[in-house]
Design a protein around this ligand. Structure first.
Ligand code: LER
Ligand code: MN
Length: 273
């Protein structure tokens, strides 16, 4: 059965971003648990931003899992990407993500590579940027595998990356990797911009999908935009998706209301009592 997840962001520099909760885990995790979320996804400034022992205690006490950890702070705060033309920056990007992989692995949570994939920068051939991305994902996929977790690669919309914007293109790229440990993140917000059919792309790329970002067309919580969720929910059920539907959505109108709306929509979409 598909599982519910709320997001927690702990990076004040990106306070306008699409994450539900903005308070520390000591406040946000009990709130998510009270609404019966199965898990939370964490977006932290670095791998040592949260005390792992405290987090473990909070998760146990509230019967909450960590679904995944985001790595975007590596780009937002430090300008690191896996496709930067400077080899030293690419190495630092791998090191940053590698630490996040280890932090997440303690909780059985995979790390997500979204904005840290970077871009084909001007003056660089696409083939070269794709080769750098493949090199980074192979290395990080291998390190994640050694620690018993998968690595998640997220296609983003055209305004955030020019690497891979659609699930199908990204799946073809993953097929070329040496590491078989990298899975796709289907983010419904990005897919609303880029896919011909969201449900169709989910069905066609079913075997690669390992995580889902659950948001409406305008990135508000599901039910507050114009995405028709019926076909999407049916596609996810039909392909036997049993991962998380993680609410990477704007805290609109406020975090508590956004969390409540997400849970209402989750139950409606997936017929959870
Ligand atoms: C990351 O999951 C993502 O979707 C990016 O758009 C971050 O804003
Ligand atoms: Mn996303």
């Amino acid at each position: 059965m598909i599982k519910s997840c709320a997001t927690i962001a702990l990076v004040p520099e990106i306070k306008t971003g699409p994450w539900i909760y903005w308070d520390g885990p000591d406040i946000s995790i009990p709130k998510a648990a009270k609404l019966s979320f199965d898990a939370v996804e964490l977006f932290t400034a670095s791998a040592d931003a949260v005390d792992p022992e405290q987090l473990e205690q909070l998760c146990d006490a509230n019967k909450i899992k960590i679904a995944a950890v985001g790595t975007g702070a590596g780009k937002v705060l430090h300008g690191l990407t896996l496709t930067n033309p400077d080899k030293h920056i690419r190495q630092k990007a791998v090191a940053f993500i590698s630490e996040m992989v280890t932090f997440g692995a303690r909780f059985g949570a995979p790390a997500i590579i979204g904005s840290m994939q970077g871009n084909v920068e001007s003056g660089i051939e696409r083939k070269q940027a794709v080769a750098w991305l493949a090199e980074g994902l192979n290395e990080l996929g291998r390190r994640a595998q050694e620690q018993g977790v998968r690595l998640i690669y997220e296609p983003l919309n055209r305004y955030e990356t020019n690497m891979f914007n659609q699930l199908g293109m990204a799946a073809d790229f993953l097929e070329t990797l040496d590491s078989g440990n990298v899975v796709l993140l289907a983010d419904l917000f990005h897919m609303n911009i880029e896919e011909e059919s969201i449900a169709g792309a989910i069905r066609e790329n079913a075997r690669h999908i390992g995580h889902l970002h659950f948001a409406d067309s305008n990135r508000r919580p599901v039910g507050m935009g114009h995405t028709d969720m019926k076909d999407i929910a049916r596609a996810l059920t039909d392909i036997g998706y049993t991962g998380y539907a993680s609410a990477e959505a704007l805290p609109w109108p406020d975090p508590d209301a956004a969390a409540e709306q997400t849970m209402r929509a989750f139950k409606e979409c997936f017929s959870v009592a």
